[in-house]
Design a protein around this ligand. Structure first.
Ligand SMILES: *Cc1c(COP(=O)(O)O)cnc(C)c1O
Length: 360
């Protein structure tokens, strides 16, 4: 039996993704499924496809190459604004890309001309989160007009914004109204409707649920919320009960168990990642070491043990330390402890070759 395994429940993912699609459809929103968070594992993409998704997005073109070869009829979208050096592969592997630099769009135009294609562009506006996008409103509207008229093999597919990634800015009816207003202004300038006004990611779903999504926003790029409840931020506790955090469960084996003090002994410096730490002295308590670490999951805060009596204390590259004093279960050497994944742990554990994946 495998002692260190990531169990991925396709039935649950299908259910979550259907829930998200139904919620969006009720608000006139067509979502694209983002595949980067689970390293574009085919089995998970299949579950999203079964739930009805036909449009898939990633920051990495390698993921979209997988999607294209599996589903020839699917639409692909490049999320990270392209490197100049990847213009050709973006045109080859994706139908649509998010962009913020006209110089890059010129290169995409050239690559599309060579390939005999029309490449679609979503121009990004920075609404304050300070990652990608054109910050100044007038310059944004001008640039959109330029994309519409300035390139033969580029189509202005729409506009979009990204929030809650760098600057922690929450998508709201106010900031997304600004995007909708930009869309209306651009539509007047170019004399036609935009196909997509893309109002963010999983973190925008709560607005759709509350019926508060500004009119005009008709597209979202949904990654995490198709896969786990914790990514559908700001939804009320009693809403969407079919969304849970149990589609991705990591089981790791206990490699040491016993009693230890809770405060380290000696002069304290930094841990293995150069962090200083504060420790509370809670006396001697029961604890275990699990055979998994930052290498596999990023930060221990990205794991949520299913046993509420297990409290994760920290991890180094390959060891995860847990306090099990308050558990009803007596953990012994060789036991496994199941833990639900948060986004970062999904990102790491699906990408590493060191963890067995089991699909149920
Ligand atoms: C990763 C990403 C998304 C998906 O975000 P989730 O929070 O997983 O829904 C959407 N848009 C862009 C530009 C991204 O990079």
């Amino acid at each position: 039996m495998d002692r260190q395994v990531l169990e991925i429940n396709r039935g649950l993912i299908r259910r979550f993704a259907s829930t998200v699609r139904t919620l969006c459809a009720g608000q006139g929103i067509e979502p694209t499924a983002v595949v980067k968070g689970y390293n574009a594992l085919d089995e998970v993409t299949d579950a999203l496809y079964d739930a009805g998704y036909r449009s898939f997005a990633s920051s990495r073109t390698a993921h979209l190459k997988k999607v294209k070869s599996r589903y020839g009829n699917a639409e692909t979208m490049a999320l990270r604004v392209p490197m100049q050096s990847e213009a050709e592969s973006v045109v080859e592997l994706t139908d649509i890309s998010l962009n913020s630099e006209l110089a890059v769009i010129s290169l995409l135009d050239e690559a599309a001309r060579k390939a005999g294609k029309i490449h679609k562009v979503i121009l990004m506006r920075d609404l304050g989160d300070l990652r990608e996008g054109i910050f100044d409103r007038d310059r944004f509207v001008e640039a959109a007009t330029m994309v519409e008229t300035g390139y033969r093999n580029i189509r202005l597919h729409g506009i979009g914004a990204n929030l809650s990634c760098y600057g922690t800015v929450v998508p709201t009816a106010e900031n997304l109204s600004e995007l909708a207003a930009n869309a209306a202004e651009i539509e007047t300038c170019i004399g036609r409707k935009l196909d997509a006004v893309s109002g963010g990611s999983s973190t925008s779903l709560y607005l759709a649920l509350a019926g508060a999504m500004p009119r005009g926003i008709n597209h979202l790029r949904v990654g995490g919320a198709n896969l786990m409840r914790s990514e559908a931020r700001d939804i009320p506790d009693d809403a969407l009960p079919e969304l849970t955090d149990e589609a991705f469960v990591l089981r790791a084996e206990v490699i040491e168990a016993g009693l230890k003090p809770t405060h380290p002994i000696g002069r304290l410096g930094t841990d293995c990642f150069l962090k200083t730490k504060a420790f509370e002295d809670r006396g001697v308590r029961k604890r275990v070491i699990l055979a998994v670490g930052a290498f596999d999951i990023g930060d221990h805060a990205a794991l949520a043990p299913l046993d509420s009596g297990v409290k994760l204390l920290g991890c180094s590259s390959d060891h995860l330390i847990a306090d099990v004093q308050d558990s009803a279960h007596e953990y012994r050497l060789g036991d496994t402890i199941p833990m639900a994944l948060r986004y970062q742990a999904m990102l790491f554990s699906t990408a590493t070759g060191h963890i067995e994946k089991k699909f149920v």
